[in-house]
Structure formats: structure tokens, C-alpha cells
Design a protein around this ligand. Structure first.
Ligand code: AMP
Ligand code: MG
Length: 446
């Protein structure tokens, strides 16, 4: 896809990232580098409210009304003047009438009187407090004279026990949810269900959102077979394209699946060009290892500005990152390693945040759990490790985490069995049993 001019070069960014060394890059440095390098999509479209779920809000949503518009009752009960309440003794009040939800009792309310009120009914005049109906004793008018009990009009008297309400109780103030002129939702917000409801409470039928990011992806490697093909000796089914497809689907981007591309310079170049001309970002897996004999790296380097990194992490050490160009279109390139676990870990560590930033989303740190390691974990300082863990709630309320067993970067089952990644920091050494570690839970991870 076409881009804005004057994009920074890899060299520009490298000079801004302190301690940049492509052959020994920490995860944090790689994240900073990527965050500075990737462009943001500018285009905005108006979407009907319901269609905007999961999309990125392009402009601040400012409230043009007070929500709620009037002071109103938070309970079914009786609205009264707190000045009428006796201190230390029950108060008897006459019920002047009833206010229904969305309405206001229009009659007069004299001193010593109250109004039967429903949740959401407008609080009239100087009535400032609501006593919930279950706290009062109602003495219907029928007890005072010979008329039948007029419960529907709420007439009669109530006794409010001493000390049961304080002034202002159970009254929702006008504008307490949102005041006129207040920013309800800031630009860059990935819209969640509550945000859609909030926009509806302002009467908004549409929202301005960034256009969806388009992401192309393909797998490289002559040993890969697509589903439906026979599995020849020494071959594996291409699983990366399916995990990448699934992770991108969660992110809500538009997808362009270019299949498996064989290790042939012409086929690779055609795939990279097609990806670049039709997408904002391109994700590949495989072919970026140091000793890699195939053509992937050469073609990447030829089509643009691409750095080949060795990241101090496990799994996921080799990764290509940069920008490729074809026929006036440019796209950000993420060349992920081939091992299935490395693909997922590098996606969560680098690609997810970068794609959200490109889509215009404000950065949101992923929430981490602190969990107690069930057993000791061996770890070398000087690299970030992402081990697959199973987190459970312990009897004492703490979180426990156990590793899933063999942690090889080709063992995709370890990701499937796990419910989170144990993140062992760059400087961190081995972990003793019972020590707390950070865990990135998969639930809720886009
Ligand atoms: P590479 O990074 O190309 O050296 O690949 C490392 C390992 O990952 C090799 O064992 C590959 O067979 C495997 N691999 C590469 N791409 C895929 C893929 N798309 N699906 C499953 N395994 C893959
Ligand atoms: Mg390979």
C-alpha cells in the first residue's frame, strides 16, 4: 500500500536506540526500534456504532450533553428533602404522588411530604434524597379515612426509620456519568463493548475509526506442505500460516494469505512484491536463520531496507525487520523465524504491538500476573525467555505456575497446553521454586 513520504530509515532509528546492536539486540531495544519505525495509517471512515466494535477510534469523542441529563433516582423508593428528616427519631412523611422512570411528578410537594419514585425518575425541585422502599413502613391512605387503599398513586404516609439515609443518598446527579464537554473516549482507543454503549448513551449513531490495517503473510520453506497435499518424506505441514492467520484475526486486521512460497528467487520476489503492493505489513515465517541457505533473506534485502537481527531471546532469536518496496508501494516487513513456537512468541513480543500502533491504537501495556513458580526454572542472564506455563489458583489465593514440560521451540503443543507465557527478564537468572515470576496470560490476549 502507498505510504506517506519521508519515512525514517533503519539508520535513523538505529541512531536513536541506545545500545543498538543488530547481532545482540535485547527484546526491549527491538520493541523500541520497531515502535519508532512503523508508520501509522491515516485514513478514517465513519462506521455505524455496532460495526465499530474492536476498531480504533480516530478522533476524541466529546460529550455534547450531560449524561444523565437530570438528577434522578437510583432506587425504587421515596424522594424527600433531607431537611425534613428528624435526627435520632423516625420521620413520618405524607406521600404526595408518584414519579415514574423518565418522568417527574409534576404536583406540589410541600414541607413534610415526599414523592413515591421509580429508578430513573427525575428528582423534582429540592428533593435531594431517596429512601429505598424496603426501608420504609407504608401506611396507606385507607388507614386514615374510608377510601380504598390507593397504592397506585402512592398516596398515604411513610415512616422513615432514624439514620437509614444520609442527605444525597440514592440520587444520581446530572452529568455524573459524563458532563457536557468532557472527552468520553480518546482517539486511539480500541473500542470495547462498554465504549459502544457509552457512545450510544450520547446518542451517537456513527463513530470515526481508522481504516483496517491490511496484513499479508506467507510461509517459506521447501519442506512445507499445505493441508490437502500428501506429506512427503521429511516434510511437515505448514502450521505457521494457520497460527498467524488466527492471531491476526484476533487483532481485527484485513488478511491476505499468500500461501506457501517455495525456495525459489523468482517465486519469493513475486510473493514479496504482491504482498507489498496490497498490504501495509508483510509477515513471513522461516528462512531468516543465520545459517539459512535459502533465498528468503537475499530477496528481502534486495527489495528494501531490511535488518537481520539476532535477538537476545528464547525462543525466537533470528528475525528480519524493515521495509520493502515495489512499484511505489511500501510495506513494513516482519520476517519471523520458522519454528512454530518462535513464530507465536515473536508475534506477541513484537508484531502485535507494532500492528496496533500502525492501526492508530494508543499503546496499552499487556497485564501480567505475578505467579509462584512450582519448580525451579533454569535461566541464563542476558536474554529474555518465554516459557510456556500453566497458571492455576492456589488454595491460599495466590497464583501458581508450572511449566508445560519440554520447551523446544518446535513443540507447538506446549503453546496449546499452556494458558500463559512465563516471561523471564533479560537480566534475570535462574528462578527458585516458590519465587514469583511474570506471566502473560493468554486469556484476553488479542
Ligand atoms: P527455519 O527458520 O526456516 O530454519 O525453520 C525452522 C524450523 O521451523 C524448521 O524445522 C522448519 O521445518 C520449521 N518450520 C518453518 N516454517 C514452518 C511452517 N510454516 N510450519 C511449520 N513448521 C515450520
Ligand atoms: Mg527454512
Amino acid at each position: 500500500m502507498s505510504d506517506a513520504p519521508a519515512l525514517p530509515s533503519l539508520q535513523d532509528i538505529a541512531s536513536c536506540v541506545a545500545g543498538y546492536d543488530p547481532n545482540a539486540l535485547s527484546v526491549e531495544h527491538a520493541q523500541q526500534f520497531i515502535e519508532r519505525f512503523v508508520p501509522r495509517v491515516g485514513a478514517v471512515e465513519q462506521l455505524a456504532l455496532r460495526a465499530a466494535l474492536g476498531r480504533v477510534l480516530a478522533r476524541d469523542l466529546v460529550s455534547h450533553i450531560d449524561v444523565p441529563a437530570n438528577d434522578n433516582s437510583a432506587m425504587d423508593g421515596y424522594a424527600l428533602r433531607s431537611t425534613d428528616l428528624k435526627s435520632g427519631a423516625p420521620t413520618v412523611l405524607r406521600v404526595a404522588g408518584t414519579g415514574l422512570a423518565g418522568q417527574q411528578y409534576e404536583g406540589k410537594v410541600a414541607a413534610g411530604e415526599c414523592v413515591r419514585i421509580m429508578t430513573g425518575a427525575v428528582m423534582q425541585g429540592d428533593l435531594d434524597t431517596v429512601v429505598p422502599q424496603e426501608f420504609v413502613v407504608l401506611m396507606p391512605a385507607a388507614q386514615d379515612d374510608s377510601r380504598p387503599p390507593p397504592r397506585s398513586t402512592g398516596e398515604g404516609h411513610i415512616t422513615v426509620p432514624a439514620g437509614i439515609v444520609r442527605p444525597g443518598d440514592n440520587r444520581r446527579l446530572a452529568g455524573e456519568d459524563l458532563a457536557r464537554g468532557e472527552t468520553a473516549l480518546a482517539a486511539g482507543r480500541v473500542l470495547r463493548p462498554a465504549d459502544i454503549g457509552l457512545a450510544a448513551s450520547l446518542g451517537r449513531a456513527e463513530l470515526p475509526v481508522h481504516r483496517r490495517l491490511r496484513v499479508a503473510f506467507f510461509s517459506t520453506g521447501d519442506e512445507l506442505r499445505s493441508i490437502g497435499e500428501p506429506l512427503d518424506a521429511g516434510c511437515v505441514y505448514d502450521s505457521n500460516r494457520y497460527t498467524i492467520h488466527a492471531m491476526l484475526t484476533r487483532l481485527g486486521v484485513e488478511l491476505l494469505d499468500l500461501g506457501v512460497v517455495r525456495d525459489d528467487p523468482g517465486a519469493l520476489e513475486a510473493a514479496f512484491r504482491s504482498a507489498c503492493e496490497n498490504a501495509d505489513a508483510v509477515i513471513t515465517s522461516g528462512g531468516v536463520s543465520v545459517g539459512e541457505a535459502d533465498h528468503t533473506k537475499q530477496v528481502m534485502a534486495r527489495l528494501g531496507e531490511v535488518a537481520f537481527w539476532r535477538i537476545a531471546m528464547r525462543p525466537g532469536r533470528p528475525m528480519a525487520f524493515g521495509r520493502i518496496a515495489s512499484n511505489g508501494h511500501t510495506a513494513v516487513l516482519f520476517g519471523l523465524p520458522g519454528n512454530p513456537v518462535a513464530v507465536m512468541v515473536t508475534f506477541y513480543a513484537f508484531v502485535r504491538g507494532a500492528l496496533l500502533a500502525m492501526a492508530g491504537a494508543a499503546p496499552i501495556a499487556l497485564p501480567l500476573l505475578r505467579a509462584r513458580a512450582a519448580l525451579a526454572i533454569r535461566k541464563k542472564p542476558g536474554r529474555t525467555e518465554y516459557q510456556r506455563g500453566i497458571v492455576t489458583r492456589a488454595a491460599d489465593g495466590d497464583w501458581d505456575v508450572a511449566l508445560t514440560g519440554a520447551q523446544g521451540s518446535g513443540i507447538l503443543r506446549s503453546m496449546s497446553v499452556a494458558n500463559g507465557l512465563v516471561v523471564l527478564r533479560h537480566e534475570q537468572g535462574s528462578v527458585a521454586a516458590g519465587e514469583h515470576v511474570d506471566v502473560l496470560p493468554f486469556d484476553g490476549l488479542l
